[in-house]
Design a protein around this ligand. Structure first.
Ligand SMILES: [Zn+2]
Ligand SMILES: [Zn+2]
Length: 66
C-alpha cells in the first residue's frame, strides 16, 4: 500500500464559487468548466450554461474575468 498523501500539491481552486461544492476527481467532468483566464472551476449550470452550450469551441470566462 502506498500511503503517500500528496494529493494536495496541485491545489487549484477546484471549488465552485456559486455553490461551494468541491470538484472531485471521480465526479462527472461534463458538469464542470474552467475559466480560460483564472482557471477556476465552475459547475456548468452554476455558470449559467447547459451541457448543450458546451462544445469543443466553447471558451468560458467566469464573472470575475468577463
Ligand atoms: Zn456549483
Ligand atoms: Zn475567471
Amino acid at each position: 500500500m502506498d500511503a503517500d498523501s500528496d494529493d494536495f500539491e496541485e491545489s487549484f481552486l477546484n471549488v465552485c464559487p456559486i455553490c461551494d461544492t468541491l470538484k472531485r476527481n471521480d465526479g462527472d467532468p461534463d458538469e464542470w468548466i474552467s475559466c480560460e483566464s483564472c482557471c477556476n472551476w465552475w459547475h456548468v449550470v452554476c455558470a449559467g450554461y447547459t451541457n448543450a452550450d458546451i462544445d469543443d469551441e466553447f471558451v468560458f470566462f467566469c464573472n470575475a474575468c468577463n
